[in-house]
Write a protein that binds this ligand. Sequence first.
Ligand code: FMN
Length: 251
Amino acid sequence: MSVNMIHQLNQHKSIRKYTDQPIDRELLTSILEAGVRASNTGNMQMYSVIVTEDAKQKEALSPAHFNQPMVKNAPVVLTFCADFRRVHQWCKINDADASFDDLLWLMNATIDSMLVAQNVSVAAESEGLGLCYLGTTLYNAPQIIDTLELPKGVIPITTITLGWPDANPPLTDRLPMNAVVHFEKYEDNSDEDIRHLYFEKEAREDSNKFITENHKENLAQVYTDIRYKRADNAHFTKVLKETLIAQGFKL
Ligand SMILES: Cc1cc2nc3c(=O)[nH]c(=O)nc-3n(C[C@H](O)[C@H](O)[C@H](O)COP(=O)(O)O)c2cc1C
């Protein structure tokens, strides 16, 4: 990896506001081509990418993403899907007994989808484009399946909104490296280690703003009680499981 690539990766920031300028089809194609060069399980490419450029389709997708403004504001919305349908069909017409519809292959296809998405992201940023991932894809998969007419065997995994940046937010924080990297063996943390590792994050001005605004005692409670509540997690997990089964996954 060249120094420039490391520099680019270190400058990454999610961009949530875009100019009106469209993305040339030629540029989009080259970014998608760089995306699918990503490593993938068994080179079976168990994913599909749905490109949404049409304003009406973006409007239809918007509620599924809890109306996050990026969906309608971005010139391009990309939905990355785990897809065993195409491979199963290929196997079927070749009298091959495929079984890529189980949990193992859901995870493999999810990994493949995310690797393509991240390759697309890095390629897009190298061309000056900005992007934001949307985790709402997994929350509201049924609506996305309807809008994009995803057949059985295909499940949306993640979405990227893509466009020319109309914002330049500051870099977000990261935990210290020793919180996330272990050499040779996993080194478990004492409670004191954890306090130390999260100290800077908790001391940030924006963290304290979240805590005050939400009347919470600390940042962890903002995550558990406000952003990602237990009841919501349980609800969306139930919906996701049902959706996976309805789409033909054997879990
Ligand atoms: C899988 C995934 C889902 C995400 N979902 C959302 C989302 O729904 N809305 C949003 O504004 N940002 C979303 N993000 C962006 C994260 O909030 C962002 O990457 C994180 O806060 C770090 O900020 P940075 O990307 O600017 O470094 C998502 C990121 C990932 C990887």
